[in-house]
Design a protein around this ligand. Structure first.
Ligand code: FHN
Length: 463
């Protein structure tokens, strides 16, 4: 072999090696980038560590168990427009252009709004917190916003900050206040590109600046988190209108947690919780269920849970919807929710004069009376050892398990054998002993018909 040949062979081998090395290096480089991106994503997802105050609030929230949801806005004046539908959606349902809808605030004058009476009612109902709409999908703020004049102070003859009035009263009477905030907005032109709702009929130009909208939203949230003292948290809704948009949740959530580290964030996006959220909610369904078609996920996370429910079929005040759920039905739903460890957020839509519908007040008072007697089996509990079933649910506090028997055709209830061992079983109402027997199939409890309560027969099991 000539020298030249040897040289070119060696150089070919070396070249190949270099190419191979370069290839390996490139591969390594790419893997590195991918690893970095992956770590960033994962790290990003986990970088939120709830503050001590936040964890304490989560604990408080889980103990509280029962709250009032309030859907109040200028839509209440239309009272559902004679339809059975969801009254707060009237702008979208009836395709009312912004120009016309803006007339509603000009005669919104709830002179009979008495926040002290509202909060008093809440306490009598056994509720521990309120979640009120600060802005619903129509974009109208029920507080004094400085970044927009489309609010209750600037646009209505009433001219007072509803949220401030309510917050002051909540503080006086020791009730926590959460703010519902709709990310979806049918009024702001920068909510663009539009989502599934609030489209052409609104009369907005076919242009807008999405980032400007997010700034607007974050500014309003800043107002809510700085001007009203300590709040329970923010209850988001509306992301489902534009599920694929870049909501920059990390920024918004970080802002909220920076302004009030204790404030809890929840979002009704109907999916499993996103990083940065502090509780998970279920709309008109028990956790994991999907009878209404909202809950896209059956995931029940380890976060505190909440189920929200209407008293009739509407959130906002609806004049013609008389399909009220009975207090029995609502108590039983609350009990089942508690059996999942979830809070029950029961809604009312106040009337345009500022009063709460008497039908709703009556129902709340019945629930309050029930809780007054049986609250021990709900407040401060966590889900019990047996998942809610047709017959009822279980809740637990320390070594006490509460069996809530809601419907049971037979006089016996077979439950799995519990560990640690059962020490005693008594009826909640009169403390009398419940006869029980351990079998190979489980423990058989005797629940005679004469001991039954109409709403909930509670049996206390000590382990
Ligand atoms: O569209 C809203 C509706 O008006 C109401 O506010 C409920 C409450 O959970 N959430 C949305 C529907 O998912």
């Amino acid at each position: 072999m000539s020298r030249l040949n040897v040289f070119s062979k060696v150089s070919r081998i070396l070249n190949n090696r270099t190419n191979q090395n370069q290839f390996i290096m490139k591969k390594l480089h790419l893997s590195f980038i991918l690893l970095f991106l992956f770590t960033m994503t994962v790290f990003g997802q986990h970088r939120y560590t709830p503050s001590k105050a936040n964890l304490a609030n989560r604990e408080w929230f889980q103990n509280a168990k029962f709250g009032l949801f309030i859907h109040w806005g200028v839509y209440s004046e239309m009272a559902g427009g004679g339809d059975q539908g969801i009254a707060e959606w009237i702008m979208n349902q009836k395709k009312i252009p912004i120009k016309e809808y803006e007339k509603l605030p000009t005669f919104f004058n709830p002179t009979q709004f008495d926040p002290a009476a509202w909060v008093h009612m809440v306490k009598k109902a056994g509720m521990k917190y309120i979640t009120i709409t600060s802005k619903h999908h129509d974009g109208f703020a029920m507080f004094d916003s400085k970044v927009s004049d489309y609010d209750v102070v600037d646009r209505t003859p009433y001219g007072k900050d509803i949220l401030r009035m309510l917050k002051d009263e909540c503080d006086k009477q020791g009730v926590k206040l959460f703010f519902y905030y709709s990310q979806l907005d049918w009024h702001n032109p920068d909510y663009f590109p539009r989502g599934h709702t609030g489209r052409e009929y609104t009369g907005r130009p076919q242009s807008g600046d999405w980032n400007k909208y997010l700034d607007y939203m974050n500014s309003q949230l800043t107002e809510l988190l700085t001007n009203y003292g300590e709040i329970g948290g923010i209850w988001f809704d509306g992301m489902w209108d534009k599920p694929n948009a870049d909501w920059k949740l990390d920024d918004t959530y970080a802002l909220i947690h920076k302004l009030q580290p204790g404030a809890m964030i929840g979002s009704n996006h109907h999916q499993k919780p996103f990083p940065g959220e502090d509780f998970q909610m279920f709309e008109r369904d028990l956790p994991g269920e999907n009878t209404m078609g909202f809950n896209q996920t059956t995931t029940i996370s380890a976060l505190p849970l909440e189920m929200c429910e209407t008293m009739n079929g509407s959130w906002g005040f609806n004049l013609v919807d008389q399909h009220y759920k009975s207090s029995k039905q609502l108590i039983q739903t609350m009990v089942k929710a508690a059996g999942y460890g979830a809070n029950f957020l029961l809604n009312t839509g106040p009337m345009p004069n500022g009063k709460i519908q008497p039908e709703n007040v009556d129902t709340l008072m019945v629930i309050g009376k029930w809780l007054n007697k049986y609250g021990e089996s709900i407040y401060g509990t966590r889900k019990g050892p047996i998942k809610p079933l047709n017959w009822g649910a279980t809740t637990q506090k320390g070594n006490t398990i509460y069996f809530h028997i809601l419907r049971l055709a037979e006089e016996n209830l077979l439950i799995p054998n519990l560990s640690p061992k059962i020490k005693s079983i008594t009826f909640f109402d009169d403390g009398s002993k419940v006869k029980f027997e351990k079998t190979d199939y489980g423990t058989l409890l005797q629940i005679p018909y004469e001991k039954r309560k109409d709403v909930d027969t509670i049996v206390k099991v000590e382990i």
